[in-house]
Design a binder for this molecule. Structure first.
Ligand SMILES: *[C@@H]1O[C@H](CO)[C@@H](O)[C@H](O)[C@H]1NC(C)=O
Ligand SMILES: *[C@@H]1O[C@H](CO)[C@@H](O)[C@H](O)[C@H]1NC(C)=O
Ligand SMILES: *[C@@H]1O[C@H](CO)[C@@H](O)[C@H](O)[C@H]1NC(C)=O
Ligand SMILES: *[C@@H]1O[C@H](CO)[C@@H](O)[C@H](O)[C@H]1NC(C)=O
Ligand SMILES: *[C@@H]1O[C@H](CO)[C@@H](O)[C@H](O)[C@H]1NC(C)=O
Ligand SMILES: *[C@@H]1O[C@H](CO)[C@@H](O)[C@H](O)[C@H]1NC(C)=O
Ligand SMILES: *[C@@H]1O[C@H](CO)[C@@H](O)[C@H](O)[C@H]1NC(C)=O
Ligand SMILES: *[C@@H]1O[C@H](CO)[C@@H](O)[C@H](O)[C@H]1NC(C)=O
Ligand SMILES: *[C@@H]1O[C@H](CO)[C@@H](O)[C@H](O)[C@H]1NC(C)=O
Ligand SMILES: CC(=O)N[C@H]1CO[C@H](CO)[C@@H](O)[C@@H]1O
Length: 653
């Protein structure tokens, strides 16, 4: 449809890049409409045109902000060279919902092979912005983004799962309309690209799904003083110790004040010191964070004219010997970790949940069944997801999104070889792993980092990179455990001896199977994946794509009735409880939270409309796991003599 346009000329002054250009002013009459997805949810048609209205960064919240989510303009581009000719001041042909994945129905596009794209929107800076600087924030853009404001290049980001901020003060014009133009390149698994993609593939099949391209998390602007807080690194231990580093835009040492208050407004700690250095101080007998009692504290940080709100929780994650077995400890106690493999996929939004309520539906459902953990599987979520886990009391095992999984290429001499990263791709994987840790290390709910899943992208012919990556993660975050290899190729790195096995578990047991390793008593015995049993469903709850339906029979096990599904679940959960009682099992991950595309093995169907578990039975089977663990692992942990802080946790436990 053609839109009638009125145009406004804007003259930018004062910079070497000064140029006059014409901004399109969109006539009213939006063409955006949700494209009917292969399956919808109860939330699909409630999203509307103002999605994700919440402040997107709860651990560094400023009061002067404006959400730029909504209907933007979109145009497919032909290749990487399009970036040399940005379509400034033009009316891009289609409309798109931001944030969304271009491949999703909610985007309004629902395309495929969305390798190169242009996005644009117009925005005004509110007159209430009193700071000297205007910051433009993106929650996540998959995979590379070039940002232009008012015809000027403003910045670039690589990495599909991470937040980035660009100071656009020099490009914007205070009180008039600004044009924001974004070029996105998302190769996913095309050509020779070996980049962090998780489960995304251009050719979906069974456990690998439709990709997500474009601006899939919130975009917003905020106002900040010239010298402002850019990052807050915060951890607080069960002994009341707080460790805070307030990073600033000028990297200098400016006075900062950190205040921690409880839910009733009572201050439990306050400390003044310098920016860009670690501040350590003590809180007065704070309540601890546990899954049963997830107490959070508000944090306020003041640096000159900049004031931000954040939050934290007091808890210590460590490992230690409990009655002769190596255990993960929370606040010095062995807490059996039982969670699901949580893919974070939605039939209407793919990587972007339709809204916060939908996102929390999954988490509340898990809590309700008795799970105390989620394994966030080779995906990184919006900051609000981790805040919800902090609030609800769900421990998070956070995976690094893997490189191209189990794919091969055929060389000219007909040799078939696994697609693994070259040196440069490995270096980029490492850089993004560092970004993952840096951006997420202040969420209390995260207890463990996972580096590799089932050997995907894991080099193993020349050397074992998981050893140096484990050291790197440990140096960036000494306050958590590290699962270097969840499943398959374990060479002894990290804190876990993690088995994957379907359908039945082999958790810390003296038996194991092909592709897994024998249980290593020097590390924590863990079942990183098991279960995966499926129950097919009717077409109205299925991802209605023939290619996906044709792969349903690849699901590890299909139970033909719901009664059979619950009978089998009961046996598998009982087996895990038995292994916990007899052997050295410290936790497990059930595959999986929801169905995804051709995988029909979720606790809920992909549309979240049918819950498979018999709730009473599952609650009682899950409680039996905790009881079995308590019987083996009660009492306080015995820490080895001279255990360095950082290796297993602070002294005193
Ligand atoms: C986008 O452009 C690419 C390359 O020109 C093309 O292969 C693809 O089909 C286009 N997609 C859409 C939805 O037009
Ligand atoms: C915007 O306009 C208001 C009111 O005219 C003025 O007070 C303010 O200084 C202007 N801001 C900028 C950044 O030009
Ligand atoms: C505080 O955190 C910093 C940065 O991670 C670390 O280097 C330092 O050792 C920590 N201090 C204490 C007392 O834990
Ligand atoms: C502050 O340090 C960061 C990271 O090293 C760097 O990118 C940035 O340019 C520095 N800023 C200033 C004002 O020196
Ligand atoms: C804690 O912070 C939240 C979010 O900013 C706010 O809604 C709440 O009122 C604060 N509570 C206290 C006790 O200050
Ligand atoms: C095929 O080529 C690869 C890469 O050059 C080489 O490593 C491999 O040894 C070759 N295989 C055979 C059978 O020649
Ligand atoms: C699974 O279903 C597909 C499509 O219906 C069929 O081609 C294939 O043979 C089946 N595979 C098995 C193992 O039954
Ligand atoms: C699953 O159910 C769908 C819809 O009823 C059907 O088309 C498909 O053949 C079934 N697949 C298997 C493996 O049962
Ligand atoms: C505590 O652990 C010991 C040793 O495993 C066991 O004998 C005892 O029954 C346990 N006590 C409770 C209350 O679970
Ligand atoms: C008057 C009018 O119809 N305004 C609409 C213009 O379009 C936007 C969405 O693009 C609507 O939010 C307005 O209500």
């Amino acid at each position: 449809m053609l839109l009638s346009l009125s145009v406004q000329a804007v003259l930018l002054a004062g910079s070497a890049l000064t140029r006059a250009f014409v901004l399109p002013r969109q006539a009213n009459g939006s063409t955006y409409t949700v494209q009917t997805p292969p399956l919808d949810t109860d939330w699909t048609y409630e999203v509307g045109t103002n999605p994700w209205p919440e402040y997107p960064r709860p651990q560094l919240e400023r009061s002067q902000w404006k959400n730029l989510n909504g209907i933007w303009k979109y145009q497919n581009a032909s290749g990487l060279n399009a970036v040399d000719n940005p379509p400034f001041g033009q009316n891009l042909g289609q409309e798109v919902l931001v944030p969304s994945c271009l491949e999703s129905g909610l985007s309004g596009i629902q395309g495929s092979y969305m390798l190169y794209s242009w996005f644009s929107t117009l925005f005004e800076v509110p007159s209430t912005f009193t700071g000297e600087r205007t910051l433009l924030n993106f929650g996540a853009v998959d995979y590379e983004a070039w940002i232009y404001v008012n015809g000027q290049y403003a910045g670039f980001n690589r990495g599909g799962y991470f937040e980035f901020t660009i100071d656009v003060t020099d490009q914007i014009s205070g009180n008039s309309t600004n044009e924001l133009l974004v070029f996105v390149h998302d190769p996913t698994d095309s050509d020779d690209y070996v980049i962090p993609i998780g489960k995304q593939t251009l050719n979906p099949s069974h456990i690998f799904y439709r990709p997500c391209s474009g601006i899939w998390q919130s975009v917003w602007i905020e106002s900040a003083p010239a010298n402002h807080i850019t990052e807050l690194q915060l951890s607080a231990g069960a002994d009341g110790s707080v460790n805070a580093t307030v990073y600033t835009s000028n990297n200098g040492t400016t006075d900062v004040e950190v205040k921690i208050t409880g839910a009733d407004g009572t201050e439990v700690a306050s400390h003044s010191g310098s920016s860009n250095t670690a501040l350590t101080f003590q809180a007065d007998s704070p309540a601890l964070w546990t899954p049963d009692s997830p107490t959070l504290y508000n944090v306020s940080v003041t640096l000159g004219d900049d004031q931000i709100n954040s939050y934290t929780a007091f808890r210590t994650v460590s490992r230690g010997d409990v009655n002769g077995i190596e255990r993960p400890l929370l606040n010095g106690e062995f807490v059996f970790q039982f969670g699901t493999l949580d893919q974070g996929y939605w039939p209407d939004g793919l990587y972007t949940p339709p809204n916060r309520e939908a996102m929390e539906y999954d988490l509340k459902m898990l809590k309700d069944l008795g799970f105390n953990m989620v394994r966030k599987h080779i995906k990184v979520e919006t900051a609000l997801f981790y805040q919800s886990c902090d609030q609800l009391g769900l421990m998070v095992i956070q995976d690094m999104p893997s490189l191209r999984p189990i794919q091969t290429r055929t060389l000219d001499n007909c040799t078939v070889q696994d697609i693994l990263p070259n040196a440069e791709q490995q270096q980029e994987f490492q850089r993004q792993l560092e970004v993952l840790i840096r951006q997420h290390r202040s969420y209390p709910s995260i207890v463990t980092w996972v580096i590799y899943n089932e050997g995907w992208g894991q080099i193993r012919d020349t050397y074992y990179p998981e050893f140096e990556l484990t050291d790197l993660v440990r140096s960036l975050d000494p306050t958590r455990l590290i699962d270097a290899t969840s499943g398959w190729f374990d060479h002894g790195a990290g804190d876990f001896s993690d088995n994957h096995h379907y359908a039945n578990p082999q958790c810390g047991t003296p038996f194991y199977s092909i592709q897994s390793s024998p249980y290593d008593p020097n590390r924590i015995g863990f079942q990183g994946e098991f279960g995966g049993i499926g129950e097919n469903t009717t077409i109205d709850h299925l991802w209605n794509v023939q290619q996906a339906i044709d792969t349903i029979n690849q699901t590890y096990e299909i139970d033909q009735t719901n009664e059979a599904y619950n009978y089998r679940s009961h046996l598998l959960l009982s087996e895990l409880a038995d292994q916990t009682e007899r052997y050295a099992c410290s936790g497990g991950v059930w595959t999986q939270t929801s169905d995804v595309e051709g995988e029909v093995n979720g606790l809920v169907t992909y549309d979240r409309r049918v819950l498979r578990p018999n709730v009473d039975q599952w609650r009682s089977d899950i409680k039996a796991l905790y009881d079995a663990a308590a019987a083996r692992g009660n009492g306080s942990a015995v820490m080895p003599e001279g255990n360095p802080y950082g290796q297993h946790g602070p002294p005193g436990f």
